[in-house]
Ligand binder design. Structure first.
Ligand code: NAD
Ligand code: MG
Length: 304
């Protein structure tokens, strides 16, 4: 067998997860919040070159908050390549990242809707859902992915304004968006929330953020019980360290950026692309018995 065939058919085609993606040390880097994925070193992999769809979400209509970059972008690319139309929300400063995602969704042959705006505003959350429903002509997948994380050495360093930003983005916004979306969701629809390993093993420097992730796990499980009988499934994803703009725009100390993900059993952080199939699985009709579940993706640690 020649070398090329051996790579395709033989065991050498297996991919070693420890070596699949960059490992620490990473270059120290800081961008003002919210940061751009396109300016990160290295640029994260959101599945742009690798995700191959197989028609799992044909005809579906998804709204993803924070769909411009990171985990949300990976979900947006995968949903589109599985046949769903996708609306993404992001902050106006993130337009360059958002434009790339919109182009990728269109290239997959799907409708792409870009809705910029700040989800800390209840009125905007209502408008966001209304616009998405109108332009997608319906809605059946809602991913509350947007999040704010900022490291603070001491609780004394967290201003009320900063605490409020974390709570508004991570908890109030999903509350407002779900309330607006619910009247449009029919049996078979699903809601996906973004929890974290921080929900189970909170870091000392993420006092405010960690409690929002514990609350997310809790709202997912509560809502799954409330909406189960209506045929609407609610699940969560709990990532470990993933290489995204959130981390290099204040989410971690520079010291942690340098060694980011090195303490996982795989010895590296995850890339957004490695989580995409979880979102597809949770949205797929085939996952019809998955309700109130939290799916982990943490490279060997974490405990959802
Ligand atoms: P990211 O920075 O790429 O995505 C977060 C997005 O949130 C931003 O792109 C931005 O559009 C959006 N956002 C923040 N504040 C907003 C606001 N006020 N209005 C509108 N949009 C706003 O980072 P990511 O890591 O992909 O984050 C996605 C989710 O994953 C977050 O909920 C985060 O808490 C969660 N998470 C991330 C990690 C990780 O290691 N990266 C680990 C666990 C959980
Ligand atoms: Mg972004």
């Amino acid at each position: 067998m020649d070398k090329e065939n051996k790579n395709i058919r033989g065991s050498s085609h297996l991919v070693d997860p420890t070596m699949k993606y960059p490992r620490p040390p990473f270059k120290r880097q800081f961008q003002p919040f919210p940061g751009l994925a396109s300016k990160m070193i290295p640029v994260p992999d959101h599945g742009e070159e690798s995700y191959i769809g197989s028609g799992r979400l044909i005809g579906r209509k998804a709204l993803i908050t924070g769909g411009d970059s990171g985990i949300g972008r990976a979900a947006a690319i995968a949903f589109a390549r599985e046949g769903a139309d996708v609306a993404i929300n992001y902050l106006p400063e993130e337009e360059p990242d958002a434009i790339e995602v919109i182009e990728l969704i269109r290239k997959a042959g799907q409708k792409a809707i870009a809705i910029a705006g700040d989800i800390r505003d209840e009125n905007f959350c209502k408008k966001l859902v209304d616009q998405a429903v109108q332009q997608l002509e319906g809605l059946d997948i809602l991913v509350n992915n947007a999040g704010h994380q900022k490291t603070h050495e001491s609780i004394l360093d967290i201003s009320t304004e900063e605490f409020d930003r974390t709570m508004k983005t991570n908890l109030y916004a999903p509350f407002w968006i779900i309330k607006s979306a619910l009247p449009h969701l029919h049996p078979g629809s699903c809601i996906i929330g973004l929890s974290s390993v921080q929900a189970y093993d909170p870091s000392e420097d993420l006092y405010d953020y960690a409690q929002t992730k514990a609350a997310t796990t809790s709202y997912v499980k509560s809502l799954a019980k409330q909406l189960g009988s209506k045929g609407i499934r609610v699940n969560g994803v709990a990532p470990g360290p993933v290489w995204t703009a959130l981390e290099i725009s204040g989410g971690q100390t520079q010291e942690n950026i340098e060694k980011f993900g090195g303490d996982t059993p795989l010895g590296r952080p995850g890339q957004p692309a490695e989580l995409a199939s979880i979102f597809v699985q949770l949205a797929d009709n085939n996952a019809s018995f998955a309700n109130g579940q939290i799916y982990g993706a943490a490279g060997g640690s974490g405990q959802p």
